[in-house]
Design a protein around this ligand. Structure first.
Ligand code: SF4
Ligand code: SF4
Length: 448
């Protein structure tokens, strides 16, 4: 069953034309690469190499003993230049391993060997997936081995590959589906090997006809329990809850997880890396990034080694035609504004979007005119104008009671608001306020 759409949502200009037909180009890194210790949701890693060590491609350079974590592997061979603090995409200063590439790309001897997944049990597959450093590469960066380990009482009936790529401008998932459909389908077959009672669904928005036909053609030659499901174009179709609703007709109750309704959702890039890790023996060393925007001279889709700087990607795309007013990591709806180009790309980086002041004008907020558009567009059924008021009043308890923690920060309300109110940012602040309050209460309880 497929439902035509979810409630709310918006139709921003798709702006995909700059790179939708551009083949993925491979970037060879120069000089220094920077690997932040926090590239996943969960406990950050600690370096396991020291200044002066020689490292090889695929060698583990950082790890954590926590279950909810994933190791970090070097994408180049060279020498550890420094273990130090560097600015990351969010603008925060973080602990990093800095490696000087020697340009030789010598692979580690313990590079994962090739395997036939049908000969492996679940525990071994999950061990390889963790060892390969796999996390959700759609941006959520949740460790993949954890996602693939739901509690035993959760019966998984659907494994959904998220090929919606509903963020305007970005084409990294689209191009991966067009150019490399085999590892995507192969990765899904591995997941179906782990959950044999599940059905595989590859969900793609209808504005990617080449991807739909390439994946469809590849599937027609195989007999797996997998189908392509084209989806109507609407933002945020790629959000996990919206995708589950349109594929299965089920809503995820507040506080519940996809596994609670029998679903696992994996991004196109993640599933493709599952295949490479288990079958080809290749861990997560690189990812596709769309470098786009009206001030990028030669927009591209680039296969970039993890750790290269955003500046290197921009230079590889011919630089800027004029000084950008805004540079974002990701797309215009959920992207993060960057303060510097001298920051490293990480596992969750999907795009670099550079816009002129004509494309990204700065608006002043004005008073709410109670038009209700924000509530109509909110896919989570929230009342963003009320949440806005509560956060400004620092009334986090009522914000939480009004469902504010269910906000998925999709940006639809901000896009729709004629008064240009910073609704999404206020929701982010509200969620941070609730978490800070929870921490305070916990500490108070512990100190009693
Ligand atoms: S309140 Fe949150 S979930 Fe609702 S539209 Fe705004 S950003 Fe999206
Ligand atoms: S869309 Fe903006 S102006 Fe309209 S009700 Fe919501 S906050 Fe107020």
């Amino acid at each position: 069953m497929s439902l035509s759409t979810f409630r709310g949502g918006i139709h921003p200009p798709e702006s995909k034309s700059q790179t939708e037909k551009k083949e993925i180009e491979v970037l060879e890194p120069k000089g220094e690469l920077v690997f932040p210790m926090s590239q996943h949701l969960g406990v950050p890693c600690s370096p396991i190499v020291k200044k002066g060590d020689r490292v090889l491609v695929g060698q583990k350079i950082a790890d954590s003993e926590a279950f909810v974590s994933a190791p970090i592997l070097s994408s180049v061979s060279g020498a550890v230049k420094e273990i130090g603090t560097r600015m990351t995409i969010s603008g925060a200063m973080e602990s990093c391993v800095i490696i000087d590439s020697d340009g030789k790309f010598e692979h580690a001897a313990d590079f994962l060997p090739h395997r036939d997944f049908r000969q492996l049990d679940k525990a071994e597959c999950l061990r390889i997936i963790r060892a390969a450093g796999l996390v959700g590469m759609g941006g959520a960066t949740f460790p993949t081995h954890v996602k693939l380990s739901p509690p035993p009482d959760k019966k998984i009936r659907w494994i959904i590959v998220n090929g919606a790529e509903c963020e305007p401008f970005l084409n990294c998932d689209n191009r991966l589906m067009v150019e490399h459909p085999e590892p995507i389908i192969g990765g899904l077959e591995i997941c179906l090997h782990l959950f044999p009672d599940a059905e595989g669904v590859i969900a793609i928005e209808k504005n990617k006809p080449d991807a739909i036909s390439r994946i469809g053609a590849e599937l027609s030659e195989r007999s797996a329990n997998i189908r392509v499901m084209p989806h109507n174009v609407k933002y945020p179709q790629g959000a996990e809850k919206m995708l589950i609703y349109t594929v299965t007709g089920q809503e995820i109750p507040p506080g519940a997880l996809p596994a609670d309704v029998g679903c696992l959702v994996l991004n196109v890039s993640t599933i493709s890396h599952i295949w490479h890790a288990i079958t080809d023996g290749i861990p997560v060393l690189d990812r596709v990034i769309s470098v786009v925007g009206d001030v990028v001279k030669n927009p591209k889709n680039i296969m970039a080694p993890l750790g290269v700087s955003v500046r290197e990607l921009v230079d590889a795309s011919g630089g800027f035609t004029e000084e950008p007013a805004k540079v974002l990591s990701g797309g215009p709806m959920m992207g993060i504004a960057m303060r510097s180009l001298d920051v490293p790309i990480v596992k969750g980086t999907s795009g670099v979007l550079a816009l002129s002041s004509r494309s990204a004008p700065i608006f002043e907020e004005s008073n709410c005119i109670r038009c209700g558009r924000c509530a109509t567009t909110c896919p989570m059924g929230l009342q963003p104008s009320i949440l806005d008021r509560l956060v400004r009043a620092r009334d986090y308890a009522t914000f939480e009671a009004a469902g504010g923690m269910n906000c998925i920060e999709c940006g639809s309300c901000t896009y729709a608001c004629p008064s240009r109110r910073y609704l999404t940012q206020l929701c982010r602040d509200g969620k941070a306020g609730v978490m800070a309050e929870r921490r305070r209460q916990k500490e108070k309880g512990e100190n009693r």
